[in-house]
Write a protein that binds this ligand. Structure first.
Ligand code: GYE
Length: 306
């Protein structure tokens, strides 16, 4: 880490590429796996990484990006906590001639000239996958009540996972989302909203759709405390496919999880190197992902790396 005031001049630095990475926080297992992947991949690629974490706060991320500009890093990458409000600081990076890569989450307005590429998942498709799993369950009930545990307000994955899910269930009048609130992608947040939902709707709840596994795990606790059986009385589908989610599926408490791959480090370092070598990058690099369910959790778990 470079301390303010004694930054070495660019030409005195090692010939290594210097990458400033602003991580949005450490709110979930997904995020922790993502941070580890980025650190490992930088080491492996011989890239000097300056890694700052922001506690899910946009102002802290903006501050981090500004510090990278001041230090004169070669490349900036960041995972934007919310979609909007980045234009000013990205203009500053542009003025300084430092290319910016988006990792994991997208930004809006989508001004293509403010970043070189976006490496991440298709969150809209993840929402659709969760809904498709649900409608294919053929639940023998006339009316199925769904509780939606949303991620961080205004974040790309929360917006798109909601939209994708809604798009599919709109074709199946059997399903309605009766309650929806943000749990900020944390286990504690998921537990809290689920508790609130149970207090209002009790055993009228049939399904929980959580925008990530951590919130689903929180919901599992709330459901058990309420005296119902998660995975049986209330079906639960979530997103990420972390090791903890697999354990919950093996215990029969979680029914399905849609994969969202956090191991973006190698692709990110590849993109950084290509950029520094002057190669043109595609605007969008999508990671490939699947869906897992309780039925095959035991076999699938053998291959999990996060
Ligand atoms: O699904 C969630 C994390 O941005 C895709 O953020 C990421 C999401 C991930 O907190 O667990």
């Amino acid at each position: 880490y470079l301390k303010a005031g004694n930054e070495p001049k660019k030409e005195n630095r090692s010939k290594k590429i210097v990458l400033g990475f602003s991580q949005l926080g450490a709110e979930s297992d997904w995020r922790r796996a993502n941070s580890q992947s980025i650190k490992n991949a930088a080491l492996e690629a011989g890239i000097e990484l300056i890694f700052l974490e922001a506690d899910q706060k946009q102002d802290m991320q903006i501050h981090a990006i500004r510090s990278f500009i001041t230090q004169g890093v070669d490349v900036i990458a960041f995972s934007p906590v919310v979609e909007g409000g980045w234009d000013e600081v990205l203009e500053e990076a542009k003025m300084a001639g430092i290319p910016v890569l988006l990792s994991d989450r997208a930004i809006k307005p989508d001004d293509n000239s403010l970043y070189a590429t976006f490496i991440g998942s298709d969150f809209l498709e993840e929402g659709r996958r969760a809904a498709r799993w649900l409608v294919e369950k053929k639940i023998a009930k006339k009316s199925v009540n769904v509780i939606e545990l949303e991620g961080t307000i205004d974040s790309a994955p929360a917006i798109d996972r909601k939209k994708g899910f809604a798009e599919i269930i709109a074709n199946y009048p059997q399903f309605q989302v009766i309650y929806s609130a943000s749990g900020d992608f944390t286990e504690a947040g998921g537990q809290e909203i689920m508790k609130a939902a149970l207090a209002i709707y009790g055993n009228q709840i049939h399904v929980v759709y959580a925008h990530n596994d951590d919130m689903a795990l929180g919901a599992i606790k709330a459901i058990e405390e309420f005296g119902l059986r998660p995975g049986k009385d209330i079906l639960i589908v979530s997103v990420d496919a972390t090791a903890a989610a697999f354990k919950a599926m093996m215990a029969g408490k979680l029914n399905s999880t849609v994969e969202c791959n956090p191991l973006l480090g190698p692709q990110l370092m590849q993109a950084v190197k290509s950029l520094m070598a002057g190669r043109q990058l595609p605007m969008r690099i999508i990671t490939s992902e699947g869906v897992f369910s309780a039925e095959t959790a035991r076999q699938d778990y053998l291959h999990r790396r996060y």
